[in-house]
Write a protein that binds this ligand. Sequence first.
Ligand code: NAD
Length: 372
Amino acid sequence: MHIGIPKETRDGETRVAATPETVKKYIGGKHSVVVERGAGTAARYLDEAYEAAGATLGSAQDALGAELVMKVRAPSAAELPQMKSGAVVIGMLDPFDAEGIQQMAAAGLTGFALEAAPRITRAQSLDVLSSQANLAGYKAVLLAAHHYGRLIPMMMTAAGTLKAARAVVLGTGVAGLQAIATAKRLGAVVEASDVRPAAREQVESLGAKFIDVPFETDEEREIAQGTGGYARPMPPAWMARQAALVSERCKQADIVITTALIPGRPAPTLVSAETVAAMKPGSVLVDLAVERGGNCPLSEKGLVVEKHGVTIIGLTNLPGLVATDASALYARNIQDFLKLIINADGALAIQRDDEIVTACLMCEGGNVARRN
Ligand code: NAD
């Protein structure tokens, strides 16, 4: 197939959907690849490296006009008209953006949104949510450390002893677990909370303390199990008990990292404005859920702000701050997904009975794919 790798156009998007490593594999797999000039520059993958891997360089139109287009973000309104009806697009197409999916369908595209892949063992190597959230969790802690005016580890010096920082991580999915591991590696004392009971063992295995919010009814316990590994909205009574406990822990904390999400819904509020007001001056909160409304009402999307003496980091796209590795992992996710829609001869052969393929397929033949 003829594969196109356009430069991402969304503000601040530094990642690229293919690296010279994956391009080389595609060329070896009898595909031809056109890379838009400068597509990988922000991620430190230079045009010469793509050429050396066997790609040709071209314009945005050349890359977007390919039979199979690999993207990081969904095509914009300016990009869609440059794409061919019947072409395949693979990327993080935002499955919950019904309007965006409808526009891709109207453009005649066959769209695969990799965020929609089921969280099953076989899908792990193409799981873009995991590959990117893992980096976001890591970078969140480094950002917090950068903005925190003190040290993270306990340090004994001739001039006196410095206490270890206390970190609280709220939401312990992929990003949260990596945040715990990173904070521990830096020497912080870490506590963490999640609604899913399965999270306790994972938190404790990383050496952090689990903030236990007890269940008072069978209904609470049942909802907390979640669906397909994802959380569901908890009843208000449980949320209130969690808020009280979290508030106590945040008041003691130097660094708070929030990552709590519920698929297709606004992020739950976990750290109230009152809690922030009661936090220690100089402490830092990183809200990784800010793009979905935030876990803290005081966080501001795309900004680092100071409120009540607390630095609140609402930067989005943390994986984009480590674009070289984020692109490398993302590109390998796409390469792995391709095996499900391309045959050994390099031709399009969508495995329609595969549950990963059906979950990721968003639109085809002018229609939005029917969701179960
Ligand atoms: P996510 O980004 O959707 O949510 C982040 C975390 O927030 C989740 O752990 C969720 O339980 C938590 N959360 C939601 N509401 C909360 C609340 N009120 N208080 C505290 N925490 C709250 O999650 P994710 O990182 O995408 O991971 C989702 C699930 O998928 C996890 O169970 C993870 O272990 C699983 N997973 C499985 C695989 C696999 O087997 N292939 C791969 C990756 C992730």
